[in-house]
Write a protein that binds this ligand. Structure first.
Ligand SMILES: Cc1ncc(COP(=O)(O)O)c(C=O)c1O
Length: 467
């Protein structure tokens, strides 16, 4: 057994000791659910704790443990778990939303749509709601294909846009193939062949691929602040280039703002860049803790007024039993309204918390002689950021990129994904990919406790792996 495996066993034993009840539940879960649950990131090794409740920065398990949580509902809970402002609103009786789903058009969705459109602030823009980020990006791609009459989809290596067949390529890094492989069985080769991959923040690569294939490309979909690919802000020049090249060649530019929307400012992060995409997808926090996502964009693309495809072949962005559920719409509206009204307090606080955490985490590892680099920082456009990911570079690189953060030859991925995760869980902190999203409910005292947990992990790593 090598040193990494030994430490993993030691940490697992410690974790098992504090989560015995959770384990019993997990065994029960395994009997009836595939792998014992419904989402891979919630099913970590050796098994997940079973949540009992969550408030503010904390999540509690059935064993009575508490954890300061940086996963925060897949980054949706920007105000922390179950924030009072949303609970209060949802507990207030409202005849439209106080009932279960009805399947009619209601006022609450008009209010959310109006607020969203006002905050996005582009002319001739409209929105349509659906229920997941996966659906929103899938519809955006289909709209682009129908609008342009083209089939090729250009996406970023390391970019995750959900599990629709159109985007299931080049998400995970492969030692031999880099970011070029299919992510899932069951996607026809014909669809996979249509997905092209380019490197984030790499203007030359973008110019190369667009000059070669631009006239056949329907859309370029990217996150202006790359999410799972490494929490990296796009450079201003890169987004400007993406805009000008796509406009020149009639390619639909889609900004996937499912993580970045309302995370950095009370709108899409693209507003800070001053660059208008043709379509933008939103999700996560726009539902105030509920399943809401949206495709916003130029009316002629969403309405289908100038589509190249014949009328009967138009995009069927029409269904969704639970689309615009009144309760979800009301929660989303309350969340966005709160963020708009408190933006001058919330966003600077989040940015400050991000700066503190990233710097202090790097410091505690440095103190033990371990090189740790926190990504998630803003840039000259995105002034503050509440996202962070801890990376352990194996080789010095000039700038962190998805290609080096997820390349096992350049980055110690097991140290981040498995050992750090477990070490922090034993210290009462829950992270994903070494970090996550800070919420407005995380006070300085929580950040201090978090730093102490990282410091304990750093000491452990030094003792067992680096001495
Ligand atoms: C940028 C981005 N797009 C799309 C999705 C898919 O969203 P959902 O999980 O709601 O389907 C995610 C999910 O994490 C995401 O991060």
């Amino acid at each position: 057994m090598d040193r990494t495996e030994k430490l993993l066993h030691l940490l697992e034993a410690k974790y098992r000791k504090k989560t015995r009840k959770s384990f019993a539940f997990y065994r029960q879960a395994q009997k009836v659910m595939v792998k014992g649950g419904s989402h891979s990131l919630r099913l970590w090794r050796p098994y997940p704790f079973i949540m009992s409740e969550a408030h503010g920065p904390y999540v509690y398990d059935v064993d009575g443990n508490s954890y300061i949580d940086y996963w925060q509902g897949h980054y949706a809970n920007i105000l922390g778990h179950n924030p009072k402002v949303l609970k209060k609103e949802l507990n207030r009786f409202d005849p439209e939303c106080g009932s279960l789903h009805t399947g009619f058009e209601g006022e609450s969705q008009i209010r959310l749509a109006e607020l969203l459109m006002k905050q996005i602030g582009h002319k001739d823009y409209k929105v349509r709601f659906t229920t997941s980020g996966t659906l929103a990006t899938m519809y955006a791609v289909m709209l682009a294909q129908a609008y342009t009459g083209r089939e090729l989809i250009l996406k970023i290596g390391g970019g995750w846009h959900g599990a629709s067949p159109y985007l299931l390529k080049g998400v995970k890094f492969d030692k031999e193939k880099g970011f070029t492989q299919a992510e899932s069985a069951g996607v026809p080769d014909e669809i996979l062949r249509n997905i092209l991959i380019t490197r984030f923040n790499d203007p030359e690569d973008l110019i190369k691929i667009i000059s070669k294939k631009g006239e056949r490309i329907a859309c370029f979909i990217l996150e202006p602040f790359l999410g799972v690919g490494g929490f990296l802000a796009a450079s201003k020049e890169y987004l400007a280039l993406a805009r000008s090249l796509t406009a020149k060649l009639g390619i639909v530019l889609i900004f996937d703002e499912i993580i970045s929307g309302f995370r950095f400012c009370p709108s899409g992060v693209h507003k800070l860049y001053g660059i208008e995409p043709d379509l933008a997808t939103f999700g996560k926090l726009i539902g105030g803790g509920h399943a809401v996502s949206a495709v916003a964009g130029r009316t002629e693309i969403l309405d289908g007024t100038k589509h190249k495809t014949p009328l009967k072949a138009r995009v069927l962005f029409e269904g969704g039993t639970f689309s615009a559920h009144p309760q979800y719409m009301r929660a989303g509206y309350s969340m966005l309204k709160y963020l708009v009204e408190h933006s001058s307090v919330v966003y600077p606080k989040l940015g400050r918390s991000g700066d503190i955490l990233r710097k202090k985490i790097e410091d505690v590892f440095k103190r033990e002689g371990i090189d740790a680099v926190c990504t998630g920082r803003g840039n000259e456009v995105v002034r503050g950021s509440s996202l962070y990911m801890v990376n352990f570079p194996l080789k010095k690189v000039a700038t962190p990129s998805a290609d080096n953060i997820w390349n096992p030859a350049l980055s110690d991925i097991p140290l981040r994904e498995e050992l750090l995760k477990l070490a922090l869980l034993t210290e009462g902190v829950h992270v994903v990919h070494g970090g996550g999203a800070i919420s407005a409910a995380h006070k300085d005292s929580h950040l201090e406790e978090t730093v102490a947990a990282y410091a304990a992990a750093a000491r452990l790593f030094k003792k067992h792996l680096f001495s």
